[in-house]
Design a protein around this ligand. Structure first.
Ligand code: FES
Ligand SMILES: [Fe+2]
Length: 368
């Protein structure tokens, strides 16, 4: 049973400037947040066969994510156990049975075991059993692959328990990515999460979105902690967020009833935004690279059956959100510029920004 909670900001103020611009704070955040939390690295659909892999960049670490010979998803630090060399440079591809370092050809099985180390037999006490690739924890949920660099973080199932089954109706695991757009934003990653968490700005910044979905129709159903969000209503029955305001695609999964006329928006701290539309799902993957720079990959996911139709065309959804994304990126970059001014002092959140106050509270608890 879903309960809707009014997330009141209660006069809470925005964060001090250093949280958005200081290199020291950014380095601390890398350790306390990104090297500790479960971070979304990609989708299982991109690792179809044993040996398929992609690289993920997390907290300045390169991680190899691979489907092993037993069909298990595994992750490893991209670091050779011989002299530490980065093993794999290709962003994605296929390992034919093993992972080989390009320097002296130490060769690892897809499950990380060291199989062959050339000319090492005469080294006293050396055993290949002692030098597997350093493993990174990996877990899967709704077709997404999550990795965690820290051995001390609680298991994925514990951390994600509050939303483990929440989005079942959309059958997200079955959906497939039709398009991905990479954006390079000149702003701190937290501004992206905060901007996503309110529609106070929608009438001004997104006239097209406001036309399809009233900015005051939002209701929060997760208003404290790591996962935050709720839904907004679509003005017209059977509509969706597209350039035409309509859709010819059937709902995904088992979406019906009131959900046909809603779009759900959730922030999954600290790497992901999940937007559930009746006929498609959109995901933003955020990767902070500097205090004032964040890479965001935005992906549009659809039902594979719908995608196999001759007339399938995701452009109406992609173009609508590409426009809306850019409108958001622009105000986020303006905010970053303003926070970099010596004149910036924390401001007061509106009550329509209750989720931002909650985001800041959770963030501060993670950083302390
Ligand atoms: S550093 Fe990898 S085999 Fe030598
Ligand atoms: Fe927005």
């Amino acid at each position: 049973m879903t309960t809707f909670v009014k997330a009141d900001a209660a006069g809470q103020k925005t964060l001090d400037a250093h949280w958005y611009r200081s290199p020291e704070t950014f380095a601390l955040e890398r350790e306390r947040v990104f090297a500790r939390e479960w971070i979304c690295a990609g989708r299982m659909e991109h690792l179809q066969r044993a040996g398929d892999f992609f690289l993920a960049e997390i907290a300045r670490e390169s991680v190899i994510v691979v489907r092993d010979q037993h069909d298990e998803i595994r992750a490893f630090f991209n670091v050779c156990r011989h002299r530490g060399t980065r093993i794999c440079e290709m962003q994605s591809g296929h390992f034919t049975g093993s992972i080989q370092c390009p320097y002296h050809a130490w060769t690892y099985a897809l499950d990380g075991r060291l199989k062959v180390a050339r000319n090492m037999a005469d080294v006293e006490g050396f055993s290949v059993d002692d030098y597997p690739l350093h493993a990174v924890r990996a877990a899967t949920w709704e077709g997404f692959i999550f990795v965690c660099l820290s051995p001390d973080t609680p298991p994925f199932e514990t951390v994600f328990e509050p939303i483990a089954h929440r989005f079942r109706r959309w059958h997200i695991a079955d959906l497939r990515t039709a398009r991905t757009i990479r954006y390079d934003l000149r702003c701190n990653w937290k501004l992206i999460f905060q901007n996503y968490s309110e529609c106070y700005h929608c009438p001004l910044v997104h006239p097209q979105l406001d036309k399809l979905s009233p900015s005051d129709s939002g209701r929060n159903d997760l208003s404290e902690g790591r996962f935050l969000g709720g839904y907004s209503e679509l003005r017209n029955h059977g509509a969706s967020l597209t350039t035409t305001g309509a859709t010819s695609r059937p709902p995904v999964g088992e979406v019906d009833g009131a959900d046909i006329d809603r779009v759900y928006y959730y922030t999954l701290f600290p790497s992901m935004l999940l937007s559930l539309h009746p006929d498609y799902v959109m995901v933003h993957y955020a990767n902070p690279v500097a205090p004032d720079r964040t890479l965001v990959d935005c992906a549009w996911l659809f039902d594979p059956q719908t995608m196999s139709r001759a007339d399938f065309d995701p452009t109406d959804a992609v173009e609508f959100w590409d426009m809306t994304n850019r409108q958001d990126w622009h105000v986020n970059e303006l905010t970053q510029k303003g926070i970099e001014s010596r004149a910036y002092t924390p401001g007061v959140y509106a009550n329509a920004e209750g989720l931002l106050a909650a985001f800041d509270r959770h963030y501060m608890s993670t950083m302390s």
